[in-house]
Design a protein around this ligand. Structure first.
Ligand code: MET
Length: 350
């Protein structure tokens, strides 16, 4: 098994069969080995610095009904909210003072939030914070909308494809949603010039090793600048309420595989991993992650943006908990970087 890991580090890819062996035959010792290799690669690229992104959850209203998601349209048991532009700008102000130089605006696909409004909000942030990166994570939009947001000053876009396999996509989403459309959005974002992020849930209902191999090969082809990998976690008010969570082991195995395949990619230690196990953030970093995304949303709204059960948003997962985060990182030999942390294009990775 170790020979596949050494080959992966050297050549940055494996055959589907070798991936299958790695994904099915990884015991605790092999996991430690690949985590170590991936951590080394991350250290070579980023040193012991961890980039921080302030996550602003701008709306929990959504027209979609994804079976796994707590803010799906079909959940009548949550209080819906939408932040005003002033409130979003206020989050940015607080974030800026704390040292954040990237703001991530994430939300459901809120029909009441028009493209004009989003464009205007981006333009205002761009005007007030010329030295900051603006990341959007607002789901599927038209190419034209993506272009407008980009021209208004957005730099990055996060849109996890969740699963590449069409049949599996249908198991996670209602019939009116389309995996193809999501992939088209990713192609559009890349072409427009966004630093583009994609990724998957690990251990989602119906996911097989074959599906994961398809995801690895798709991401290899797309060459996204950012890769988000978190465990599936159930939410009590969804059709998937009774399904088991993905495991931390499989999540950090995949995190390490992605780091070895994409040495310069920006890869977060996700909030979902930190929610699943108490030392999730540290384990993610020690497996090759180099980004964390503390919550910068207004305190009153955080509990309403519950994508899955017990989603962490306080302590080291929060913007106001940066000191706690810094302390945690120090215990594993890392520290926060207050740089923007853009993807660095080279002849190797373009
Ligand atoms: N709705 C967006 C998406 O599907 C943002 C993340 S889900 C809360 O990508």
């Amino acid at each position: 098994m170790k020979q596949w890991i050494d080959k992966l580090r050297q050549e940055r890819t494996l055959t589907p069969e070798e991936f299958r062996q790695l994904l099915t035959g990884c015991d605790a010792e092999i996991l430690r080995y690949i985590n170590k290799q991936a951590q080394e690669v991350a250290l070579l690229h980023f040193g012991n610095k961890i980039y921080i992104r302030g996550l602003i959850e701008i709306s929990n209203c959504c027209r979609n009904n994804c079976y796994y998601c707590g803010i799906r349209k079909g959940n009548p048991n949550i209080e819906r909210y939408r932040l005003s532009r002033e409130s979003i700008l206020n989050c940015c102000k607080q974030g800026y003072e704390l040292g954040f130089r990237t703001f991530v605006l994430q939300g459901g696909e809120d029909p009441a939030l028009t493209n004009d409004q989003i464009e205007m909000t981006v333009a205002r942030i761009r005007q007030e914070y010329p030295d900051c990166a603006i990341t959007l994570s607002l789901g599927e939009k038209s190419r034209e909308a993506y272009e407008r947001f980009f021209r208004a000053g957005a730099n990055r876009y996060l849109l996890r494809h969740e699963t590449y396999n069409e049949l599996h996509y249908r198991q996670l989403h209602p019939a009116e949603m389309s995996g193809k459309r999501r992939l088209q959005c990713l192609a559009d974002l890349k072409e427009i010039g966004y630093q583009t992020g994609t990724g998957i849930m690990v251990g989602s209902p119906g996911q097989t090793v074959e599906h994961i191999i398809e995801d690895l090969l798709f991401i290899e082809k797309l060459r996204p600048e950012m890769i988000g990998i978190g465990p599936f976690l159930p939410h009590h008010d969804t059709p998937f309420a009774e399904y088991p969570s993905g495991t931390a082991e499989q999540t950090i195995l995949l995190l390490s595989i992605f780091r070895l395949m994409h040495p310069s990619a920006l890869i977060p230690a996700t909030t979902a991993l930190a929610t699943l196990i108490p030392d999730g953030r540290e384990r993610g970093i020690l497996a090759g992650a180099n980004v964390v995304m503390p919550n910068l949303s207004p305190r009153e709204e955080r509990r309403k943006y519950e994508l899955y059960n017990d989603k962490a948003s306080l302590g080291a997962e929060s913007a106001e908990g940066l000191a706690a985060l810094q302390k945690q990182l120090k215990t594993i030999g890392y520290e926060i970087s207050t740089e923007r942390g853009d993807f660095k294009y080279t002849t190797e990775n373009i």
